[in-house]
Design a protein around this ligand. Sequence first.
Ligand SMILES: C[S@@+](CC[C@H](N)C(=O)[O-])C[C@H]1O[C@@H](n2cnc3c(N)ncnc32)[C@H](O)[C@@H]1O
Length: 315
Amino acid sequence: MARARRASIWCCPVPPALNAEQIRDANTRYHDVAAHHYDSKWGIDFGELGLSQVTAKLRKALGREPGHFPRALEIGSGTGYFSLNLLRAGLIGEASCSDISPGMLETLAANARELGLNVDTQAADAEALPFADASFDLVLGHAVLHHIPDLQRAFTEFHRVLAPGGTVVFAGEPSRYGDKLAGVPKRAATLLAPLWRRAIGASAAPREGSGGEAALEGVVDVHAFAPGELVRMARGAGFADVRVSGEELLANWFGWTNRTLEATADPDEVPWAWRLYAYRGYLLLQDLDRRLLESRLPPALFYNLMLAAHKPVQT
Ligand SMILES: C[S@@+](CC[C@H](N)C(=O)[O-])C[C@H]1O[C@@H](n2cnc3c(N)ncnc32)[C@H](O)[C@@H]1O
């Protein structure tokens, strides 16, 4: 899936059957394995598209032009989608990228080298950050909060490492209601998949083994959020001016439908024309969501939630 679509298409959360330590361990192992093919699987882009997508998300989350943040820390930075694109856009000065998965950070470092960018990488759990108090002007993350077992502890850490007046921004977090709505296109696409494969002339995907990545997939996502829960969590950690917004509804339905169909076919046999249609269609609907729906409908309806807040200057 093009990276443009990818932000909205996280797997459905499951009730946490594991304890916090086991969830962290599952996330480390799952993402270490995923790191090798993560960028191609999710269409992570470090060109103009990635740059404009990431910049637009930051602007939307903040509700204003982002300005410049001299020192940024990313939580769950993965392979660098946000930080590397923000560095390229000149919106952040220095980037520290942290993640619980050393494998993801290795891929991030390789991506940074290829792009000629300087970043500091640190393997770290979001609940115990190895950084001094007040070290950053921006703490950010994309699609990471829903993996973290003790979010109140993590938010307290984000607050601690931010300088007074600093900004926290998270995007790409699944909303509880939006996630339920996304079940509709997923179920419909599963039913239609055999017909669709016949129409595009693709055979069924080879069956995945039950080990490794496939086995861990069901346990790494531990939350989906109601907007009010994110607000309470941020305020509970001491943040002010908390703003939660929603993004992507039609684009998400379209993306989930196509992603579910594509997952049933041998990837080598999905025609280029289909991929182009899915990619262009997603961008078109994303634009429609932004222009027509995001300012009119409540955040809870959308698939992705975004949060922005400030650490007060006087605490
Ligand atoms: C869905 S990926 C998103 C990666 C990246 N932000 C992006 O948008 O491409 C979630 C990332 O969060 C990391 N992660 C999961 N649990 C974490 C934790 N407790 N602390 C820090 N990072 C964590 C994973 O290793 C993974 O790289």
